[in-house]
Design a binder for this molecule. Structure first.
Ligand SMILES: Nc1ncnc2c1ncn2[C@@H]1O[C@H](COP(=O)(O)OP(=O)(O)O)[C@@H](O)[C@H]1O
Ligand SMILES: [Mg+2]
Length: 330
């Protein structure tokens, strides 16, 4: 594996709610190598966005707090770093694209103004150089006639174009790490495919590391090198994309694979995982997946299950991992 550029270790994040402090991310560890694309996959509410925002140190405090753990970018600890230092890193070394493009873009400023501002803040270059860079990145994301689009406001763009502009802004300073949190979820299916193609080609060309967050395991198949599967605030499995699809080791991963439409289309039964994920203030004891797991035994409900390292750089949080043979995507 390439040298790690982003290392998250034992991350814990809590929010103060009507139920008191609830831990919504619990002991999450993963790393992303230089130039690698790691998929972070899990159902809605599993803690993917909270994890992404933690990497950017953008958790709202209060009601949130990082209760423990470490997040290192190129060996530098981000947890507890001063705000001015973080501002130097955000948008320059680590950039983020959100699910909703209007979270990345400000409706009151033109696309050109917003990209130029990021470039000038981090590069300290002239207005003219910043404009040239803005045109260059809009071209990279295949926005036609980019120079004339600099003066457009976000609402004058279609959803797909806005997300492209948000990606352009994220790439403006050549980040080492791009965090893309469900970047295509709000888009039409055909536009989704185009934006995914774009991200893939940008990654090939510039080699930035990507943390690609999605609830859709199908989307990671041709974009990601490795996958981390999250369930109820915890990582339950990490593996290469190939290994994960070929031989899932956690029952939750098997369930996600079986619920993928691609498999259904090939004539297989499309099985949604029965039940719903737990609320963070009522996490089940033992394995958090046990109430929905077809393989659960009494011991699974009692013991806390650690994430264990297996051969081939895999990690699995299941006490029955040695006995079970789960069904992959073939
Ligand atoms: N500001 C907040 N206040 C309280 N709870 C929050 C807040 N933000 C997120 N959460 C809770 O954290 C959990 C994880 O949320 P999130 O990371 O957004 O999930 P995902 O991105 O995987 O869908 C959810 O239970 C959510 O309700
Ligand atoms: Mg989310």
């Amino acid at each position: 594996m390439a040298a790690p550029i982003l290392e998250v270790e034992d991350l814990g994040v809590e929010f103060l709610t009507d139920h008191g402090w609830v831990r919504v991310v619990d002991g999450v560890s993963f790393s992303v190598g230089e130039g690698e694309t790691l998929g972070l996959v899990g159902e809605s509410g599993s803690g993917k966005t909270v994890t992404s925002l933690s990497v950017m140190q953008l958790i709202p405090v209060p009601p949130g707090r990082i209760s423990g753990g470490s997040i290192r970018f190129a060996g530098r600890e981000l947890v507890g770093m001063s705000e001015p230092q973080l501002e130097d890193i955000r948008g320059d070394d680590i950039a983020m694209v959100f699910q909703e493009s209007m979270t990345s873009l400000n409706p009151a400023f033109t696309i050109g103004e917003q990209i130029c501002e990021v470039v000038r803040r981090h590069r300290g270059c002239s207005r003219r150089e910043a404009r040239d860079r803005a045109v260059e990145v809009l071209e990279l994301v295949q926005i036609p006639d980019p120079r004339s689009r600099l003066g457009a406001f976000p609402h004058e763009f279609s959803g797909g174009m806005r997300q492209r502009a948000a990606i352009a802004m994220a790439l403006a300073c050549d980040p080492k790490v791009l965090i893309a949190d469900e970047p295509t979820t709000a888009l039409d299916v055909t536009v989704q495919a185009q934006v995914l193609d774009l991200l893939r080609s940008l990654q090939e060309r510039f080699g930035m590391a990507i943390l690609f967050v999605t609830h859709n395991l199908g989307v990671v198949a041709d974009l990601c090198d490795r996958v981390a599967v999250m369930y109820a605030g915890r990582i339950v499995e990490t593996a290469t994309v190939f290994d994960l699809f070929e031989s899932p080791q956690h029952p939750y991963t098997e369930g996600l694979l079986q619920a993928m439409p691609q498999l259904g289309e090939r004539g297989k039964r499309l099985a949604a995982i029965p039940g719903t994920p737990p609320m963070p203030w009522q996490m089940p004891t033992g394995c958090r997946f046990h109430p929905r797991c077809p393989y659960a035994e009494t011991a699974c409900t009692e013991q806390d299950i650690p994430l264990r390292a297996l051969a081939g750089d895999r990690h699995v949080r299941c006490r029955r991992v040695e006995e079970l043979t789960l069904e992959g995507a073939q």
